[in-house]
Ligand binder design. Structure first.
Ligand code: NCD
Ligand code: ZN
Length: 347
């Protein structure tokens, strides 16, 4: 097979930033994806329905002319989030989910949650109204090894939380471990997970062996190969609990190539080529459509996109640019380490 037509995919976890960066990165997402769940960790964060509405209009204004794209907005959960604001924003379609960052877990998460008991009223209201909670699933305890932070989060925080708040619909964002995959597999209809592009390709050696590679550094950090294999198995299995959330997270090179480089990998431009390559090498090309176009809408209770996207396998590897130029400086595009033969057909 050298041609694959699928319903237009969606990206269920995306960082678009704001201002010049938003204007620079948006076109790459809009070129391939119909919708995306927009992460609220901009500065200042998207805290209220009014913030979401204003960020949404900035995104819409930055969409290149003639292209169609629907940003699905999220609110950044804090210990002072107002349950009524969440409920009314969801009821009116202004937001599609709420994002939980444990305070200090990742880029711009300083306003996140420290005391999980304090968000119980909001989470109860969300459970009653079927509003999904997108979770950055890592503990922030400095005593916990960074490679264990996801597994410990599931045990200490997420599982007790889901026991306490029955019916809360949860997306374990950017799952990176066997433990996470197993937990989601057994979690029933109220639990799903997004899997990123990069975690399907890199393990921790790709960050640390043969020199430190800041452009492969993200959070949650990539784990051992056995975990990557579990993610590949989950993504290509056809299990509707798993769907694509690229976590495409642009930072300028100067911020990544530094004594304290920030976390985030920019994958939007090459995600579809990377995934087609991977699914083909796993003998699972027919499962790609579920992962990128069907499972996400099913969980978010949205229709599948009616437009389509066609992937074509070329004779020679496609040329992938190394960087995206932005007014703030260059942003390195993820290098998956393999030649990519699959291209998105542009008419
Ligand atoms: C994200 C970012 O840069 O905003 N970084 C990352 O490493 N994934 C935040 C996040 O999703 O953790
Ligand atoms: Zn993210």
């Amino acid at each position: 097979m050298n041609r694959l037509r699928i319903p237009r995919p969606d990206d269920w976890h995306l960082h678009l930033r704001d201002g010049d960066m938003l204007a620079s990165v948006l076109a790459d997402t809009v070129a391939h994806f119909g919708r995306a769940i927009i992460m609220p960790n901009i500065l200042p964060p998207v805290l209220t329905a009014a913030d979401a509405q204003s960020y949404r209009s900035r995104i819409l204004a930055a969409i290149p002319a003639g292209l169609d794209f629907q940003p699905l907005m999220t609110l950044y959960l804090t210990e002072t989030t107002d349950p009524d604001d969440v409920i009314s924003a969801a009821a009116s379609g202004q937001i599609s989910a709420v994002k939980l960052y444990p305070a200090g877990a990742t880029t711009n998460s300083g306003s996140g949650v420290r005391d999980f008991d304090r968000v119980t009223p909001v989470l109860d209201a969300m459970a009653d109204n079927g509003i999904p909670l997108c979770v950055h699933g890592e503990v922030t305890d400095p005593d916990i090894d960074i490679f264990d932070r996801e597994a410990v989060f599931l045990e200490r925080i997420l599982d007790p939380l889901r026991e306490r708040i029955k019916g809360l619909r949860v997306v374990l964002e950017h799952v990176t471990t066997c433990e996470g995959v197993d937990y989601v597999r057994q979690g029933g209809n109220d639990l799903a997970a997004t899997i990123t592009t990069h975690h399907l390709f890199i393990n921790r050696n790709h960050i640390l062996a043969g020199g430190i590679r800041p452009h492969n550094y993200c959070l949650p950090v990539a784990k051992r190969e056995v975990h990557r294999l579990a993610l590949v198995a989950a993504a290509t299995s056809g299990d509707p609990s798993f769907f694509l959330g690229t976590d495409s997270a642009p930072h300028v090179d100067a911020a990544k190539q530094s004594g304290c480089g920030c976390a985030g990998i920019f994958t939007a431009p090459i995600t579809m080529s990377c995934l087609a390559t991977l699914f083909e090498s796993e003998g699972a090309l027919e499962k790609l459509e579920g992962f990128v176009s069907r499972h996400g809408p099913a969980f978010y209770r949205l229709p599948i996109n009616t437009e389509t996207l066609t992937l074509v396998k070329r004779e020679a590897p496609i040329k992938v640019p190394e960087k995206l130029k932005t007014p703030d400086g260059p942003v390195t595009i993820f290098d998956c380490g393999q030649p990519l033969y699959w291209a998105v057909e542009t008419s």
